[in-house]
Write a protein that binds this ligand. Structure first.
Ligand SMILES: [Zn+2]
Length: 375
């Protein structure tokens, strides 16, 4: 398998529905779910290159060992305001606290900021940070959080008959669309079978312009450009990451996207052993089709509870796939949820980082990364 990475730049405004709607206001997400990118590529291939659509098995929704391509969430790029340096981001772990005053990373178990500001200890308290931060933030202790520029446009429905705005007695009223502003950048990642890598690079460029991403595309939203696309062998990535992970003490797993773990018809919020070890059952499935073996263990506290901190997320695609209404919110494990783990097989952990865990990993769900940290 080959990993393609690159940059997606919004050419027009982008509207990515959140799955929630309140009145006439449509909010946008600040990242591009793998599901939306897969939708764009799938739509383009289905309309223009049916043979490739079938060969690459992009429409496979259930058995992740049968698909030829995995699309991961494209997270916003962090841009340093002074140097204009650009860096990729990850979901901020909910276990970390940052100083309210100086954005310094608070040490584990410490309640007051120890950072020295103008010769004095800062001493302010910490807060959790939601959203997307650089991995450098964990190392340097200085928060680098992606700032996604959004704006709201008010649209007036036009009647089909006269191409005019409706009269005051018309039932449609103006609506408000929030969107990500043009020029915003996101980091793209997909895993594809070797034989399709060249085709996928070409198709991404075409689909970004001719199919588009997200909602209101007939209104001129959704055009994106792909650039700086690089390819690497997945086996090389796993080898390199396994060696990096082996250097980390106090391993912590962080959910980098919403993760769907199903216990029959129920979506489980948590990595625990309450329902048997569903996480490890799902992880084993990923490892089997990727050719790796291994297990991870969740660390327990004195009361035999898994050391974890959870955020609740929304399983948007899962909900629609199972014929639920868009407005019906299905919960799942959310961004930044984390748990302390141990494992003696770092290649297996690296493989989980590449492919993800749980349902619909080909649509970006279940993305994880490993870093150092305590709960
Ligand atoms: Zn501080």
């Amino acid at each position: 398998m080959i990993e393609l990475t690159g940059t997606i730049t919004a050419v027009s405004s982008l509207h990515i529905g959140t799955g929630k709607k309140s009145g006439t206001f449509s909010e946008t997400l600040g990242y591009l779910p793998g599901r939306t990118i897969r939708g764009m590529v799938g739509y383009y291939l289905h309309s223009n290159e049916r043979e490739l659509f079938d060969k690459i098995r992009i429409s496979e929704d259930t058995d992740m060992s049968k698909t030829g391509v995995f699309f991961k969430d494209a997270l916003p790029v962090y841009v340093d305001k002074n140097t204009l340096t650009e860096k990729p981001t990850v979901a901020s772990p909910v276990s970390l606290k940052w100083c309210k005053k100086c954005d310094n990373l608070m040490e584990y178990g410490i309640k007051e900021c120890n950072n020295i500001v103008s010769g004095k200890k800062c001493l302010h308290e910490g807060k959790k940070v939601a959203g997307f931060v650089t991995k450098d933030s964990f190392i340097t202790g200085k928060l680098e959080k992606a700032d996604v520029k959004k704006h709201i446009e008010t649209k007036c429905p036009i009647t089909r008959g006269g191409h005019t705005s409706p009269g005051s007695d018309f039932e449609l009223s103006p609506y408000h669309v929030e969107s990500v502003s043009p020029k915003t950048k996101f980091s793209f990642r997909c895993i594809v079978e070797d034989e399709f890598a060249d085709n996928m690079k070409r198709v991404l460029n075409e689909a970004g312009v001719f199919a588009g991403l997200g909602g209101y595309r007939s209104r001129g939203y959704g055009t994106v450009a792909f650039s700086e696309i690089r390819e690497s062998q997945v086996s090389d990535i796993i080898e390199k990451r396994a060696s990096e992970i082996s250097e980390i003490s106090n391993l912590m797993m962080v959910a980098n996207s919403p993760m769907i773990l199903m216990n029959q018809d129920n979506s489980i919020i948590g990595f625990g052993t309450e329902y048997g070890n569903i996480f490890n059952e799902c992880a084993t499935k990923t490892l089997t089709f990727s050719g790796y073996e291994g297990k991870l263990q969740f660390n327990l506290d004195n009361n035999d509870q898994v050391k974890q901190l959870l955020n609740e997320g929304i399983a948007r695609g899962w909900s629609i796939k199972n014929d639920n209404k868009v407005s019906e919110v299905k919960p799942c494990i959310g961004h930044g949820s984390c748990a302390e783990i141990t494992s003696n097989n770092h290649s297996a952990l690296a493989a989980l980082e590449v492919y993800g865990v749980g349902e619909m990993t080909n649509s970006g769900y279940g993305d994880v990364y490993f870093t150092g940290g305590k709960i």
